[in-house]
Ligand binder design. Structure first.
Ligand code: FAD
Length: 358
């Protein structure tokens, strides 16, 4: 038997769940099918909301700033629905200079909203970073606790009557006569006028897609160290430090090793070295956790969003690369409007798969 719905969503990471909620809120019946694959990125990420620090093109940066600024409202709504307050840090992100010349370079490129801190300002703000020549503070950036966020999304989806969620692996999709159909490993069949592809690093590997998507896995390892020597998310020494509760996350490696999701000694050592170069005392800090996740990366490190040009019943919400926690709630809201036939602001076009001429 084939079951029908308004919107089928393949993948239950941040992209799939936020899009499911956005579609359901606009009155659509949604089915989410998720395989819960090891290494899926949304629960493994560092949670930074860093549009000012990530090297984005001007157009993409303006969308990313909007995505960041949507977060307080998005989390307030999620808390109303679930009772789960998701920690949001909007203290700003520090970009640490390694040398005086580097500091001058960072200061000369800083946006008007950023604050340039010399060595004394920096030591006053973050005593543990004393000794570095300075930093730029990107005042409105920050981080979200993405693990709590994913837990809240799980609860919100479970409570939403218009959403059915299934634990299964989609093995094949097809697009006959203006419809989308999916078949799962558990031999279930579904059809809908729209299907959202939100399968993260696995986006290219689903059988039946009309094109081979340029999305590949890029492994990132993270450490969680005991103690909290700083209050600000800090980009430093080729990596970053992210306060999380009473601990410090240190990230991240970037390794093209396919779908291998293990941690390695080399990765752990590289992260320890980033931490220690930023704050010498971290050489002694206890490692509480060491894990890895798979970023779904495109050639320009921007997501693929919106309908396929030849098969419009297939809608992409994938390839979020290094900024999926930041961008997914914004993308979901735009896709929700599109699915419901409401006006969008046109920004989705920036992320069309046509830019790769695939
Ligand atoms: C180490 C690391 C640090 C990061 N730090 C940040 C950060 O600080 N800030 C930021 O914004 N982003 C960060 N990211 C990136 C961010 O995590 C991703 O861009 C985002 O989580 C992608 O979400 P997604 O829903 O597209 O994919 P995923 O979270 O990977 O979800 C995809 C889902 O699809 C399911 N799936 C796949 N194939 C099938 C199938 N055939 N059938 C059914 N289900 C299927 C998988 O099981 C999975 O649940 C980081 C990523 C990593 C790995």
């Amino acid at each position: 038997m084939t079951r029908s719905t308004d919107v089928l969503i393949v993948g239950g990471g941040i992209a799939g769940l936020t899009t499911a909620l956005a579609a359901a809120r606009r009155g659509l019946a949604v089915t989410v099918i998720d395989a819960t694959r090891p290494g899926a990125a949304s629960r493994e990420a560092a949670g930074m909301l860093a549009p000012s620090v990530e090297g984005l093109s001007l157009d993409a940066k303006s969308v990313a700033v909007r995505a960041r600024d949507l977060y307080p409202e998005f989390l307030a709504d999620l808390c109303d629905r679930t009772g789960i307050p998701v920690p949001l840090d909007r203290n700003g992100i520090l970009q640490l200079a390694e040398t005086r010349v580097h500091w001058e370079e960072l200061a000369s490129q800083a946006a008007l909203t950023a604050l340039c801190l010399d060595d004394r300002d920096l030591a006053r703000l973050e005593p543990a970073l004393a000794g570095h020549p300075g930093a730029v503070l990107h005042r409105f950036d920050g981080a979200v606790d993405n693990v709590t966020l994913m837990r809240a999304l799980d609860v919100a989806v479970e409570r939403e009557q218009r959403i059915d969620r299934l634990q299964d692996t989609v093995v094949r999709v097809a697009f006959p006569r203006g419809m989308a159909t999916v078949t799962t490993a558990g031999a279930s069949r579904f059809e809908a006028p729209r299907m959202i592809l939100a399968t993260g690093a696995w986006a290219a590997s689903l059988s039946g897609l009309p094109t081979r998507l340029p999305v590949r896995p890029l492994r990132g390892q993270l450490l969680r160290l005991d103690g909290l020597p700083i209050r600000h998310v800090t980009y430093a020494c080729g990596g970053y430090l992210v306060p999380r509760g009473e601990t410090l996350l240190v990230g991240a490696t970037s390794e093209a090793v396919g779908f291998a999701n293990e941690t390695t000694h080399e990765g752990g050592n590289a992260l320890r070295s980033i931490a220690t170069r930023a704050i010498a005392a971290l050489s002694e800090a206890k490692v509480i956790e060491h894990w890895a996740g798979l970023r779904p990366v495109t050639p320009d490190e921007l997501p693929i969003l919106g309908p396929d040009p030849d098969v419009p019943q297939l809608v992409y919400a994938c390839g979020f690369s290094r900024n999926g926690i930041l961008l997914a709630p914004w993308a979901a809201s735009e896709l929700g409007d599109m699915l419901a036939g409401e006006r969008t602001d046109g920004s989705l076009a920036l992320f069309s798969c046509q830019r790769f001429s695939i």
